[in-house]
Design a protein around this ligand. Structure first.
Ligand SMILES: *[C@@H]1O[C@H](CO)[C@@H](O)[C@H](O)[C@H]1NC(C)=O
Ligand SMILES: *[C@@H]1O[C@H](CO)[C@@H](O)[C@H](O)[C@H]1NC(C)=O
Ligand SMILES: *[C@@H]1O[C@H](CO)[C@@H](O)[C@H](O)[C@H]1NC(C)=O
Length: 504
């Protein structure tokens, strides 16, 4: 009987697990009078405090959406419906969370996955106590519905490799032929998500272009932002959006706009490349740290978005004893606006985490960079790939000042993970942290000014033994069932204007 119970609790997804205790039980629901401090950092005169984890949760690998397809890859990007997030009388929280899958199951080649965004109702029952817990059920996610996106030609999109180009209104879109068809569809590998609070529309950034797409609340194509030519991939002088080979210049394959965020006033959209452009060193894992941030003015709903800023951001470096060449560049998987000059981003290692040959991660850190002293290179010679900002990634061009990061929230903190029943380990347990943490979202705690919950979710790459795609069953060759995991940290952020919502 005991064994059965233990097994059942292992198999139960976070969403179905018994609700965590709340009211009147020490450590749950009510924040302590004295806020715990894990660490404090100062950036540009503002103070940022990490109070530690308050919750964790997970979704099973074989959950399916309203179309019958496996729900996976959803930690690629998340965004709250800010108006929905509220504190309940018992100290718990609830709200609507949007989660953005990337291009579908692709561990054995790309698939014809129609891009979509999922809606979940989220519940957080924060654990404020300091004791280690065996359960990681403080956060539950209940699937509500999905919205599919359509391309500029009105037809469905695809996750197949963008080896083709579809031209419409003078714009070259990454495309692929739909299976058994001569119809080209917009090819999307989506990694960043903004839910625009003004009209409920979605801004989504991708890796093929790398472009930023605008879809209305029903998923219909509205517009696209094409970055400067320096970002566009060319092979032998010919534009080519494939993710299968690295181009000669432009974004590296599978290293597009991983991060997308919007300013609190909804005026500016920001996108951050995962790592340097090829001409800036992008294809060298040990020197691809000079990545770029773009800033677009989107305040005119009838006008074209306008490039207003472009900055070099230096990614952090770390040593991985398992790699022959060091130091490695910590590629960034996400971006989040804090104020006009400061941003959270998410550099991390790869190939380490649950199900990987070594599950123990050595570098995962939500960091803060500040662009107040950085050079705005928008519209400069660097927007032409013939003029790298850091030729081959070796040295930053003189005259260009880059923004650098300050480590803030360390995901791999064993004491914090243990408090919510998680671990950074090689144990082969479903509580081991996943490899790919790719999203950040902030919501107010309503307990103190500038206090937020920093939510983050993992991308499980659709890895399951009970998968479904377009009516076909699939089993990932790894033999694994990778859960989607979600964590919530409690943080205090300096430099946020009072009464201003951090949207997204
Ligand atoms: C893009 O490059 C890929 C890989 O080299 C190739 O298969 C494909 O045909 C190219 N596409 C175009 C439009 O040239
Ligand atoms: C896994 O990586 C960690 C961190 O580098 C290292 O300490 C550990 O020895 C590695 N374990 C195995 C089994 O290789
Ligand atoms: C980029 O610069 C090169 C070399 O000066 C030039 O030949 C090319 O036309 C420029 N490309 C664009 C798109 O302006």
């Amino acid at each position: 009987m005991l064994k059965l119970t233990a097994l059942a609790s292992l198999l139960l997804p976070g969403a179905l697990a018994a609700p965590a205790p709340a009211f009147g039980i020490p450590g749950w629901g009510t924040p302590p009078a004295q806020s715990p401090v894990v660490n404090t950092v100062k950036v540009g005169g503002n103070t940022f405090t990490n109070h530690g984890l308050v919750g964790a949760g997970s979704l099973p690998s074989d959950l399916r959406d309203q179309f019958g397809d496996t729900i996976g890859g959803i930690g690629s990007a998340i965004a709250f419906d800010q108006f929905s997030f509220k504190k309940n009388f018992d100290g718990s929280y609830s709200g609507v969370l949007y989660a953005q899958p990337d291009r579908g199951w692709n561990t054995e080649g790309t698939t014809n996955y129609h891009a979509r965004v999922h809606e979940f109702s989220l519940k957080l029952n924060p654990y404020y106590g300091q004791n280690a817990q065996s359960a990681n059920n403080q956060i539950s996610l209940n699937y509500q519905k999905s919205t599919k996106y359509s391309g500029p030609n009105g037809i469905e999109t695809t996750g197949l490799d963008a080896g083709e180009i579809y031209t419409s209104h003078g714009i070259d879109f990454p495309a692929a032929f739909l299976p058994n068809s001569n119809q080209k569809a917009l090819a999307l590998d989506l990694e960043g998500l903004v839910h625009d609070p003004r009209d409920g529309s979605f801004w989504v950034s991708d890796e093929y272009g790398p472009y930023i797409y605008h879809f209305d609340c029903n998923g219909r194509y509205q517009n696209v932002i094409v970055p400067p030519d320096a970002y566009i991939p060319y092979i032998n002088g010919v534009k080519n959006f494939t993710g299968n080979t690295d181009p000669d210049v432009g974004r590296e394959s599978n290293h597009g706009f991983e991060g997308l965020s919007i300013s609190s006033d909804g005026r500016y959209l920001y996108a951050l490349l995962q790592a340097a452009l090829v001409q800036d060193g992008g294809t060298h894992a040990t020197r691809e740290e000079y990545t770029r941030l773009v800033k677009y003015d989107i305040s005119n709903p009838f006008g074209e978005p306008k490039l207003e800023g472009e900055y070099v951001v230096v990614l952090p470096q770390f040593n991985d004893p398992a790699e022959a060449k060091n130091p490695r560049t910590g590629e960034s998987s996400e971006l989040h606006f804090i104020n006009d000059n400061q941003f959270l981003y998410l550099p991390r290692d790869s190939g380490r985490g649950q199900g990987q040959s070594n599950g123990t991660s050595i570098f995962r850190n939500a960091e803060i960079f500040d662009i107040s002293s950085a050079t705005n290179i928008a519209g400069s010679k660097y927007d032409n790939s013939s003029n790298p900002v850091a030729p081959d990634g070796k040295n930053l061009d003189s005259g260009v000042v880059a923004a650098t990061g300050t480590p803030f929230v360390n995901y791999d903190d064993s004491t914090q993970l243990a408090r919510v029943g998680m671990q950074n380990s090689n144990a082969g347990s479903s509580n081991d942290l996943d490899e790919k943490w790719e999203s950040l979202a902030l919501v107010p705690t309503f307990n103190a000014p500038n206090d937020y919950f920093l939510f983050t979710m993992s991308d499980n790459d659709f890895i399951t033994q009970n998968g479904y795609l377009n009516g076909q069953k699939y089993k990932d060759d790894s033999g694994l069932n990778m859960p989607t995991q979600i964590l919530a940290f409690w943080v205090t952020l300096g430099g946020v204007s009072q009464g201003v919502e951090l949207v997204e």
